[in-house]
Design a binder for this molecule. Sequence first.
Ligand code: BEZ
Length: 242
Amino acid sequence: METQNTQSTEQMFTMPRIGENAPAFTAVTTQGEINFPKDYEGKWVILFSHPADFTPVCTSEFMTFASMEKQFNDAGCDLVGLSVDGLYSHIAWLRTIKEKIEFKGMKNVEVNFPLIEDITMDVAKKYGMMMPGESNTKAVRAVFFIDPKGIIRTIIYYPLSLGRNFDELYRVLIALKTADEFSVATPADWRPGDDVIVPTAGSCGVAKERMDSEDEELDCKDWFFCTKKLDKDLVLSKTTRI
Ligand code: BEZ
């Protein structure tokens, strides 16, 4: 009996981590069945959960994310939503959003990305989206950034009451792609066009060599803090279709 309890607790609290393979699952969605993350191989994908259909904060989030979907797609990233509601609830909610809801100048918003039905909570538990301290019956607002190889690269969690900042989610995506493309790291509040950190954390020895080598590109304040310019248009040309 004790073992059984331990297993179910473990199952409830399993959390994938940054750097790990995204846990695989198949699911029914508003756009048909998906095989995750296999169907998204070769692309970035954001898997995000919301607490419940027909709730106001979630509605404002879906309208915002749907309105920005093209921007994410143009950066090579697909969106996949999830809540522990059923398919017919999802369909009815998305139809109501399109027909009735106006928010911050957005109206007639159509949600074209897949929304997973997860009544069993299997996927939500696999991805650590259930946080019993917050709710036993609703997923928190989790965001998983998964790269083209199916590796989890960033995880962000918000509580039930707090709507996400979708400009920040876009900034994270571009920063991750910039780090990969240019082998750099991005400092606090970085946006395309700002200086980047060279080299990435953990290779301080290289930084010292570079500092001593009088590399004109680098601006080293000390052995551990070197930045360089990275042109905004170059960043955007390598990370988006802009
Ligand atoms: C909302 O999306 O409005 C919401 C959902 C669950 C709990 C609290 C708020």
